[in-house]
Design a protein around this ligand. Sequence first.
Ligand code: B12
Ligand code: SF4
Length: 498
Amino acid sequence: MLKRKIVFINPPYERIAPGYDFVRHITNKSPSLGLLHLAAEVRLHGYEPSIIESDIFELSVDDVVARIAQERPLYVGITLFTVGVWGAAAIARGIKAALPDTVVIVGGPHISSMGPETMERFREFDYAVVGEGEKVLMDLLSALETEADLRAVPGIIFRRGPFVQVTSGNPVNRLLDDLPMPAWDLLPDFPRAYPPAIYDFPRGPVATIAASRGCPFHCKFCDTSTFGARVRHYSPRKVFEMMRHLHHTYGVRHIMFVDDLFLASRQRVTELCNLLLDSGLRMTWTCTARVDTVKPDVLKLMKQAGCWEISFGLETGSDDLLQKMDKAARVEKSEQAVGWTAEAGIRTKGLFMLGYPGETTETISATKDFVRRIPMTIMNLTKFTPYPGSPIYRDLYGTNIREDHWEKMNGMNFVWAPEGITVEELDREYQNILVAFYKRPRMGAYYLKLTLQYPNHLYRLLRFALGFFGAKLRSYLTGRGGVLVRPSEVHLDTPSTR
Ligand code: B12
Ligand code: SF4
């Protein structure tokens, strides 16, 4: 029997602010774990999957369409983040023109948060899967092939004539252990082509694992629509097996856990740490955690078991803003968690955002003071973006779809500004906060030591530095006086201007 081909695509999107292309050398190049899970699932059911990572391999819409036209798959599955919707639609149109019989299915965070509106707007997508994809995609494919009634498949969106129909809730995968391991073998040049951001890991190669799904909290800026509020875990044994598989089969030396709440269950983390310690599997790893889920004893055990860095969603140095965000913890708790983490010998990466509704010059000053005084080792500052699916999106825009600015929603553009502050001021403060953190005494020495200890980062750093100085030089030569891109040159395209 002929195998049925299905090509999964992570579409191209604007990753880097215009004028800053050199940043690409040091940014995160993690593959889509969602597509790896889906590919493994369909393969188990006799399909022949492949994966196209557009951004990582710098493929344009035309490149992707050309590849699809060559492969002639029965199905194409595209993962949609809000920022990638327009790229995905262009790919779908290209596929429809070249291969009218190929079925285009979409899924991912943007569909989970804004599925019906997106399907109304983009008629080039044939079907959509809402939420967790493995089981629903299989049900959808089987219904399409047996010409069964699509209304009986839960968690999908399809068309009947001019109308979009949504079927009732997606039955989430209760037992994650039953899922096949992500299909890392399908990724070209895995793991070497997929490093995380510079200085975010000690030694590569690196792979990602989501050891749990779901988050019960409702921080107002966060889109949790894909996995919902109920937390489901792999067993510690299964997580350990995935780590061992990645180490022995691909030589992976560092794991990034991308769970929303890795520390939701301290008991499971303790079990995983004990498995790692007993096995002698010497891998390093990083995870994300809420400041109210860490305790000194677990942190010490995590350190012994290879934990290298924890990313905390610290967001801001202002209690007032934390309250507005509906974050449960306050600044004092953040300081305590970062302090305990440093005492345990684990690095802290602070995830911050600037420009949340209610941000003022006072809250910005509080954030600068905060980042200067806490023992944090690396900082990630994003420009506040109201993502569809987040509670704040509805507060700001009402329930109506706002399709403008989607392709700028990469955390690197201010698509919205709080009252009383302009985008230009926010952009300036963005630089100032980073400078406040990275100009702390001893930071230079710390990063020099880190680079000498892990020289694998040096090559990327040099390419970044060369790119930066090249861009600066070009700017002076073209009379821009060193400015890489003027705010007036950054257009927030709306669909109507296309
Ligand atoms: C790891 C991660 C990254 C990594 C890897 C990105 C990637 N392509 O997977 C990096 C650092 C590169 C990244 C970048 C960005 N990220 Co990110 N990221 C995450 C994180 C923490 C985990 C993602 C993950 O691996 N989940 C586990 C896998 C198994 O789930 P999944 O990918 O969602 O796939 C499942 C379903 O969505 C569905 N599905 C997905 N695609 C498809 C396709 C088809 C055809 C079907 C049927 C089903 C389906 O089935 C899959 C299996 O169940 C999530 C938070 C979260 N809880 O998911 C944020 C999250 C997805 N990121 C987000 C954002 C905003 C971004 C960025 C735009 C900028 C930023 N601020 O970081 C960029 C854009 C990246 C891009 N277009 O590829 C938002 C998305 C919101 C939105 N509406 O767009 C999230 C939800 C964070 C949040 N809570 O706000 N990210
Ligand atoms: S920011 Fe973290 S804790 Fe808050 S809702 Fe999102 S995933 Fe949950």
